[in-house]
Design a protein around this ligand. Sequence first.
Ligand code: URA
Length: 208
Amino acid sequence: MGKVVVLKHPLIDHKMMKIRDKRTGTKEFREAVSEVGGLITYEITRDFTTIPKIIETPICETTVYQLEKQVVIIPILRAGLGMVDGIHNIIPTAKIGHIGLYRDEETLQPQVYYSKFPKDIADCAVLVVDPMLASGGSASKAIEILKSKGATDIRYIGLVGCPEGVARLQKDHPDVDIYLAAMDSHLNEVGYIVPGLGDCGDRLFGTK
Ligand code: URA
């Protein structure tokens, strides 16, 4: 079973205070979401493997270490976009793919309306990004699609999870580790995480 890691860090907690507060405006909300994306990434990349390489400094030869795998960030549209800049600041060499999903009105299942990934995704360390792990349906579908393209090394990064979403993702993809800034109580009857932060996409893009 994959790990579920709820990161405990004073800076993450402080920024989550801002993110959760309904009085926080779009600009500050967007900045804080991006910054938490960066802080989570710093923590979760500790176990990334590096390979040694000999280079010359201006003084002499020495051994340095570079990331073994190409990293790919895959935001789930649209709220996932809010965390991308922060993650990319920490790993500027990362490639960025995208996946867009909507919920079919009849079947209620997530359907893909857009996807674009690097060709070599099978060899990459993939970070699937969606701030809210609510029902887990979108994240599960996104990961299913990435696996169908050959990806095997996949981590999920979000801001807020709930037991329902975590259980769904662990059931569908037990090989995927889940990293969150907070774990909340439950999903309400209209699919919002409680206490949560409201509609993350609307708050990021000022659409409400
Ligand atoms: N998506 C959101 O933006 N917020 C929630 O609480 C759940 C899903």
